[in-house]
Design a protein around this ligand. Structure first.
Ligand code: TXE
Length: 521
């Protein structure tokens, strides 16, 4: 069920918690985007030539300055998202220096030159290696839901790899991106990190104005557009998109811990997390007890009181609030029961944390990304049904199984068609630079974090040095000895290795002579 969308305030112009106006931020023109790329490009070669240990030290300085000046960013985040400074501190700021430390370790491995092991028989005298070179200037396009962390998880590795960076914050959270760019300017070479403000046209201008690689985080619809534009220009692109994560609650779980974990991962950041638990499949045997405890726990959560102790903030935008209301209304119409919440808080874009019981797969709240503080419960007969239903989704980011039987949980979690499988936790790898953050289906195959994310930041160059004084035996001229040589090579592969070698050796001598003569002696 959906009704036509009403008119909403322009993104980023009002506080989500009380609707007060925010100071406007100027958007960049296409020419200004081009100029920002050019400035970063001019600064990048010197940065790329800076030894890795110095780049790593700069990352620690960046992580440190973010922490030292946390009061400023917490105020900005609070204004732009309506979340309490405490929630912003815990979810986005607290870990910056630790993240930088771990990102430094990952970079050391990801950027190390790889020796290639070549067969001395097939490639005598040849030595080869693979090196990692920065793309040049990396564009980072971020969404609004974690406006700081969605930058720095890409910013650290992009810079460690020796790139310049142009950041494009969401038009909903421009001030957070601007503050982060200013902190980069505090500790990094001048112009290396740029920020351009604006909506989708400014994001697209990064590509049309010549960015060298693009890292996109956001919705599926935009991810497709960005990937297509990057594809046309043959620009490396990685896209991390939405999710509809499932959690499976088995009858033997530790009920208290499971309820606490699932309520947190459903409702943290008002559910505006690509890896929120948006569907809970609970085994019938434990369903009543699980639901009862969830209702009691969710009923205690407080939205956006200004005393600094809120458990969660409001929804980030008016369209988001409207979408959540649509999903709840659709679920109720199709037979779900609202056990707690289910309405606005009355302040800003606040929506009360909600438990929906008896959800089914025909409901939007189970099929589409909701991005709201909704704990949607589907009761299932057993674990098999749970796995089948969990995999029945257009997305695949995280999936978790909650049980005391770790071996069974692990086996079930590994049957989930997702990028990150967990037992007794959810979404936590997002803040682990060592762990890949990736997905399947609509979530997209893009990878953030870990050495596997590095194609977004580096290209590989293979280098081969040949010290063999003999020519390669298949060079010109083609002659009868080449034909015999080729046949002997085939025999070496499929027939007798030793026999073929005995044939090859004299032929090699003849081929060398012919090739030398061909080359003029
Ligand atoms: O996305 P949008 P939003 C997902 C989350 C949800 C979405 C919410 O699941 O689906 O992000 O973020 C810019 N060319 N994830 O609503 O609208 C736009 O200005 C270039 C996934 O902000 O797609 C903004 O800066 N850029 C996740 C950014 O794209 C364009 C983690 C995102 O906007 C553009 C967090 C265009 N044509 C959120 N149009 C994960 N999987 O890790 C818009 N933009």
């Amino acid at each position: 069920m959906s009704t036509p969308a009403p008119t909403f305030p322009a993104p980023g112009t009002v506080r989500p918690d009380d609707g007060r106006a925010l100071a406007p931020v100027a958007f960049a023109t296409r020419e200004e985007v081009g100029a920002a790329i050019a400035r970063a490009r001019a600064a990048q070669p010197a940065w790329a030539a800076t030894p890795l240990p110095q780049r790593q030290a700069a990352m620690l300085a960046l992580g440190r300055v973010i922490l030292e000046r946390r009061a400023e960013i917490l105020e900005i985040l609070n204004a732009e998202t309506g979340r309490s400074p405490l929630e912003c501190l815990v979810s986005e700021v607290i870990g910056t220096l630790d993240f930088a430390r771990s990102a430094n370790k990952v970079a050391a491995a990801a950027l190390a030159t790889e020796k290639v092991s070549l067969s001395m028989v097939d490639h005598p005298g040849k030595r080869a290696y693979i090196e990692a070179l920065p793309h040049g200037v990396v564009g980072i396009i971020a969404p609004w839901n974690y406006p700081l962390i969605n930058f720095y998880k890409h910013l650290f590795p992009a810079l460690l790899a020796g790139n310049g960076v142009v950041m494009k914050p969401s038009e909903s959270c421009p001030r957070t991106g601007a503050w982060l760019a200013a902190r980069c300017a505090d500790v990094l070479p001048q112009d290396l990190v740029q920020v351009v403000q604006g909506a989708g046209d400014v994001g697209a201008a990064l590509l049309t104005e010549g960015i060298d690689s693009i890292t996109f985080t956001g919705s599926v619809a935009t991810g497709r557009k960005v990937s297509a534009l990057a594809g046309e220009r043959l620009v490396p692109c990685t896209a991390e998109l939405g999710g509809k994560d499932a959690a499976i609650v088995l009858a033997d779980c530790d009920l208290g811990r499971t309820v606490a974990g699932i309520v947190y991962w459903s409702i943290h950041n008002a559910g505006q997390n690509c890896a929120s638990v948006e569907r809970v499949y609970v085994e019938e045997a434990v369903a009543d007890a699980f639901v009862q405890r969830c209702v009691a726990a969710v009923g205690t959560l407080r939205v956006a009181p200004q005393d600094g102790t809120a458990d969660l903030g409001p929804l980030h935008t008016a369209p988001q609030l409207w979408l959540v209301e649509q999903h709840v209304a659709d679920a109720v119409e199709r037979g779900a029961t609202v056990l707690v919440g289910g309405q606005r808080t009355g302040s800003g874009w606040g929506y009360a944390p909600t438990v929906l019981d008896h959800c089914t797969h025909d409901m939007r709240v189970i099929r589409e990304e909701t991005f709201g503080p909704i704990l949607a419960i589907v009761r299932v007969k057993d674990a098999e049904e749970a796995v089948r239903r969990a995999n029945d989704s257009g997305y695949g980011l995280n999936g978790s199984v909650w049980t005391k039987d770790l071996a069974r949980g692990e086996a079930l979690a590994r049957r989930l068609q997702v990028g990150v499988s967990l037992v007794n936790n959810h979404a936590i790898p997002a803040i682990m630079p060592e762990m890949p953050w990736t997905g399947v289906r609509g979530t997209g195959p893009g990878v953030a974090n870990s050495r596997h994310a590095y194609p977004a930041y580096v290209r590989r160059r293979g280098v081969l040095v040949d010290s063999n004084r003999q020519a390669d035996p298949w060079w010109f001229p083609a002659d009868a000895n080449l034909a015999a040589f080729a046949e002997a090579v085939v025999q070496r592969s499929i027939g007798s290795f030793v026999g073929a070698l005995l044939t090859l050796l004299p032929l090699l001598g003849k081929r060398q002579k012919a090739i030398r003569e061909f080359g003029g002696g």
